[in-house]
Design a protein. Structure first.
Length: 157
């Protein structure tokens, strides 16, 4: 049955409401805009912010299974795997069998640590640009929300 003008109007209203109000879409747009600032700034070093996040996470953990890194960063397995493969090829990460012999652990290499030291000033510039774009209230809101998510995750574990 062909749509009537009434159902088409209802559809238009529904679509407009989702386009205007959807929190997920707004967060995705924000993520892409912020990531673009970091990626553009880090590009001369051959690094993306997603890769830097992996380097920092593995550095904090010392040795980490890919699954643990993925959970920490809320990163999909395929995205993490693609990043890890590229980072291993560039000598920033190494993988070795875990003590249990059944899994693999990642470790940041000396070259990866050197990269983190070299990009820190560049990362700081991206950080300032992102903060300018978001404004103080936006940065505080994001920081508060991430802290609440981390707390909820700890309480549910």
């Amino acid at each position: 049955m062909p749509p009537t003008s009434v159902s088409r109007n209802q559809d238009d209203t529904l679509i407009e409401t989702v386009a205007r109000e959807c929190i997920a879409n707004k967060v995705r747009l924000l993520n892409r805009a912020v990531a673009a600032i970091y990626d553009e700034t880090l590009r001369p070093h051959g690094l993306k912010i997603s890769q830097m996040s992996v380097l920092v996470a593995v550095s904090k953990m010392g040795r980490a299974s890919p699954g643990a890194v993925g959970r920490m960063l809320h990163m999909e397995k395929s995205t993490l795997s693609r990043n890890v493969d590229r980072m291993r090829a560039r000598g920033w990460l190494e993988a070795a069998p875990a003590e249990n012999g059944r899994t693999t652990e990642l470790r940041v290499t000396g070259r990866g640590r050197g990269l983190l030291r070299r990009v820190h000033p560049t990362w700081g510039r991206a950080q300032r640009r992102a903060a300018e774009m978001l404004g103080g209230q936006g940065v505080r809101g994001i920081t508060r929300t991430v802290a609440l998510l981390a707390q909820a995750r700890r309480e549910s574990a």
